[in-house]
Design a protein. Structure first.
Length: 649
């Protein structure tokens, strides 16, 4: 180890990170025991007593200040300021160790804390075991008694919060048997082969929260004001339920620092693996992880098979391959496109408007997240849904001297049509209600060329925008209005996708967004007229803009030079490449041939040498091992640096 590296570690450990007086960190602990066995303990949520003491001592000596939720309220009301380096202590699940190990430390350091209780566990008779989570069994003596809770409350340091009455477990969330968090998953009934309705879900969660409020009121003499979500699983829907019951604060496991300017949803740093002091301090300095995203773009059509045994083999192959890649993201197709034309002929999740090829997306997404340890983005069309009876709702274009619905390429529904907006909104709602995933990738069908859209609804929109009630299609195509119309279309497509994202975020608040963009939008400034896409606008609107960096699709005679030019043009708008993803192609669709692994490696290497860190490719032909696993491991994995990419070439 070099002296320079060692010195940087010393600085990291012993120098406090100062942050604004209007912000604070929240720390999430669980059990505290004397005998925690390092990082290999059977309970990865447990922290040893000695490590907790070391953490408290470090916080005290490095000018960190423990606060209560009362302090947060007073600061929000302008009655006081939060101290420098403020932090909130929280302890989940109601273990007996809180009384025997934690409370004495809180009293010694005069640290306030929040204690979250699960009603059903605490109402278990003393001679019976507690069903903890989905499978674990723990003796009732492992948890606090009523008398201990009352004594804890009398200390005046501890606020009692709700951790649900009986939502700290999974429910059957799809036909294939996956168990997912009870507070955010529609329950699947194997007997009726159906999901619970939205109304049934709402009643189940609402009644649970209400029951635990009454339990805590009976136990402590007052209703709780704080909801701590089991597994950190929550939605804006369930938060609204909690708020209606007086649960003012909503504690999650989202990463990050909390600000007084934000709402009552509190992010927490989860303390796991019994961290050493240096690891603990690192987590304080880095509450948000900002790893680059490395993406395999996967067709669910290739997992699906009418033969269930073959489908399971396909899925196992995909899961093992993705895990071995050492990447962190998969863009997973959520729509069915068996003819490969890019249009959604059916969907892979239950919904109100389209055929379901199979209820498969949630199963594969969950397995990828839990077994392969990657984030899954639902790859969805924006407009190209092929639904009987909607031809009159399609984008219309001027072609061969007449205006008619688009009949080739992407069969897009008009974003200006109110029926279209409602229909697609509901499809995205159904996706969010029925599946657990990390992000949305908006398909490359979100474009309108310079002769589109001329549907009656689009003309009406343009007439209103330009204050020309009698506006005709010919006038709209005239050069004096065409640029303004292109800018309006660009803006409307962006707003349409953001509204769809908000539909999803109501049920899945933590999702990130990405949108495919054609490379020509960067390469040629005039191309906004051809696509109604604008790169700076997309950078502002989404977490990632996924440029289709596909030289063979663009018929570039010198692919490497083309990629180099593209990266240099991107750098002018996104200098550090933090919000841009370069998505390469692994197949030349013009020749229907796979691009060689050696060529792919050269493309990966060029991008990394240019300083680009967010990189992916499409498609991953996992059934054919293309690209070869060793190519991805050496060129795209999170372990790969520009130097390694060259070394491994």
């Amino acid at each position: 180890m070099s002296y320079k590296f060692l010195f940087s570690i010393i600085i990291l450990i012993f120098s406090p990170l100062s942050f604004s007086s209007n912000s604070y960190l929240a720390l999430c602990y669980h059990d505290v025991r004397d005998d925690v066995n390092g990082i290999v303990d059977h309970d990865q949520m447990a922290v040893s007593t000695n490590n907790l003491i070391a953490q408290f001592e470090w916080l005290k000596t490095h000018n960190y200040h423990a606060i209560s939720l009362d302090d947060v309220i007073a600061a929000k009301q302008g009655k006081k300021e939060l101290p420098e380096n403020a932090f909130l202590l929280t302890f989940d699940d109601g273990y007996k160790s809180f009384y025997t190990h934690v409370l004495p430390l809180l009293q010694e350091y005069n640290y306030p804390a929040v204690l979250a209780l699960v009603g059903k566990w605490l109402e278990t008779p003393a001679d019976q075991d507690v069903i903890y989570g989905d499978h674990d069994i723990k003796p009732r003596s492992f948890f606090l008694t009523r008398e201990e809770i009352k004594h804890i409350q009398q200390s005046k340091l501890v606020e009692i919060a709700s951790h649900s009455y009986d939502l700290h477990h999974g429910v059957l969330a799809n036909p294939q048997g996956n168990s997912q968090p009870a507070a955010t998953s529609l329950q699947f009934n194997k007997v009726t082969n159906s999901y619970e309705s939205a109304d049934s879900f709402n009643k189940r969660v609402f009644n649970d929260l209400k029951q635990n409020n009454h339990f805590i009121r009976q136990l402590t003499g007052q209703y709780p004001r704080t909801m701590v979500w089991p597994y950190g699983a929550y939605s804006h829907l369930t938060e609204n339920m909690a708020h209606s019951l007086g649960l003012r604060f909503s504690l999650t496991l989202d990463d990050g620092t909390n600000s007084l300017k934000t709402g009552s949803t509190i992010k927490r740093i989860l303390i796991t693996g019994n961290p050493s002091l240096s690891d603990f301090v690192y987590s304080l300095h880095h509450p948000l992880t900002n790893d680059p995203i490395r993406v395999a773009h996967v067709d669910l059509d290739y997992v699906y098979d009418p033969d269930l045994a073959q489908e399971n083999r396909n899925l196992d192959l995909l899961l093992d391959r993705i895990k071995a890649m050492k990447i962190n993201t998969v863009f997973l197709q959520a729509f069915a496109d068996p003819d490969g034309d890019g249009n959604a002929d059916a969907l892979y999740f239950p919904n109100r408007h389209m055929p379901v090829r199979k209820d498969l997306f949630n199963r594969v997404a969950w397995q990828l997240q839990t077994r392969s340890q990657v984030n899954v983005y639902a790859w969805m069309p924006v407009l190209s849904f092929v639904i009987p009876g909607t031809k009159n709702m399609r984008v219309q274009q001027f072609k061969n001297d007449r205006i008619a619905p688009v009949e080739s390429e992407y069969l897009r529904l008009s974003p200006f049509n109110k029926q279209t907006q409602t229909l697609i909104n509901e499809i995205y709602q159904d996706l969010a209600m029925h599946a657990n995933f990390s992000g949305l990738l908006f398909h490359d069908d979100a474009y309108l060329n310079d002769f589109e859209d001329l549907s009656p609804e689009a003309l009406s929109y343009a007439a209103s925008a330009f204050k020309k009630p009698d506006l005709t299609a010919n006038q709209l195509l005239d050069s004096s209005l065409s640029k303004q119309w292109s800018a309006l279309k660009t803006k409307e497509l962006t707003l349409f996708t953001l509204r769809l994202a908000n539909q999803v975020k109501y049920y899945r608040p933590k999702i990130k967004t990405a949108r495919n963009m054609y490379a020509n939008v960067v390469m040629d400034p005039k191309s906004e007229l051809w696509f109604s896409q604008n790169y700076p606008q997309m950078l502002r609107s989404y977490d990632y803009t996924a440029i289709m960096a596909m030289p063979y699709m663009e018929k570039a005679p010198k692919p490497l030079e083309w990629l180099s030019t593209l990266s240099s043009k991107v750098k002018k708008f996104d200098p550090l490449f933090t919000k841009t993803l370069f998505e390469l192609q692994s197949v030349d669709w013009l020749t229907e041939q796979a691009i060689s692994n050696q060529i792919l490696k050269s493309h990966f290497r060029l991008l990394m040498q240019s300083g680009i860190t967010n990189i992916g490719y499409y498609p991953d032909k996992f059934l054919d091992n293309h690209p070869q696993l060793k190519t991805i491991q050496s060129s795209l994995s999170l372990n790969t640096t520009p130097f390694q990419a060259v070394k491994n070439d």
